[in-house]
Design a protein around this ligand. Structure first.
Ligand code: SF4
Length: 290
């Protein structure tokens, strides 16, 4: 079900220094996500999204709020979108909230980071190019190179091959783009072959960087949903998780260290950075005192 709501606030301030993406503000235009990845952390109770599996809410007043909030911001900093829902889920095609929000961001001159699993981002290529004068980055989440596995894990999202083609187009137009390779799911995506294939494919499609995380998080509602989907899609695998992780929140892949070495080696070979270049505000040139 899709319905509209009125939000009170749109941008939230990122308090901890964000070492991965360098975000200062986080922007969610929707609540819930049509991509329905089986591992999604946004199902966790702490986020208070009650019907994550069945409902998406559109923040109908988001653009108006964004204009108002940006007008009052004194400090420029990267606005990130895509952590709690995908800004290019299918309904964005008609709602165009992300597209309009990017135009507002371009007008106010803020840097932006978009995280997505969808090639629909290409619709906003011109706006992203305009923001790119300052800083625009688009990270595609890719955790498996295998489209068949991807269909099971991310049932509502475009295929990895589509994401890679979109990345190529962005790179050809000078937009800073790369891969968020997280989460790497234990016992499903933690093979050397998968890691090497992702790095090679990302490089071949213009990725400037890949940010990895060799493991996943699991808690409360997220864990319950993930395990129910494992039972459906990979019978018997839940037992392995229960034995390896019990109630742990951080669930690293068992061969994390070895995979990290493989990852770095493959990145070095292809000249892909293992972290992204973040926005840095221009500092005023200091004038000599005398
Ligand atoms: S695209 Fe992101 S936010 Fe949406 S369901 Fe998948 S992991 Fe969750």
């Amino acid at each position: 079900m899709i319905r509209e709501i009125q939000a009170k606030v749109l941008l939230s301030h990122v308090r901890q220094p964000d070492t991965w993406f360098g975000l200062k503000y986080s922007m969610n235009l929707y609540r819930g996500c049509q991509h329905q990845c089986i591992y999604c952390d946004s199902r966790s109770q702490c986020y208070g999204i009650e019907n994550f599996n069945t409902e998406v809410l559109i923040k109908a007043n988001a653009i108006e709020l964004l204009r108002k909030e940006l007008a009052s911001k004194r400090q420029k900093g990267t606005i990130g979108t895509g952590s709690m829902n995908d800004p290019y889920m299918p309904l964005e095609e008609e709602a165009n909230l992300t597209g309009r929000a990017l135009q507002v961001i371009a007008r106010f001159g803020f840097p932006v980071h978009v995280m997505t699993k969808s090639d629909l981002v290409l619709r906003d290529l011109d706006t992203l190019r305009a923001i790119n004068g300052l800083y625009a980055a688009v990270s595609f989440t890719i955790t498996t190179f295998d489209d068949d596995l991807g269909r099971k894990l991310e049932p509502g999202a475009p295929l990895v091959s589509q994401r890679l083609r979109a990345m190529s187009t962005l790179a050809q137009h000078g937009v800073y783009t790369g891969v968020s390779m997280m989460p790497i799911l234990p016992f499903l995506e933690d093979s050397e072959e998968n890691i090497r294939s992702i790095v090679q494919a990302a490089h071949a499609h213009g990725a400037a960087y890949i940010i990895p995380s060799f493991g996943m998080s699991l808690r409360d509602r997220q864990r319950a949903h993930y395990y129910s989907q494992l039972d459906r899609l990979f019978p018997g695998l839940r037992r392995r998780y229960e034995r390896a992780f019990a109630d742990q929140y951080h669930c690293p892949v068992p061969n994390a260290r070895a995979l990290e070495e493989v990852f770095i080696e493959e990145c070095d070979r292809h000249g892909v950075a293992p972290r992204m270049k973040q926005y840095e505000p221009a500092t005023a040139t200091q004038l000599p005192l005398f």
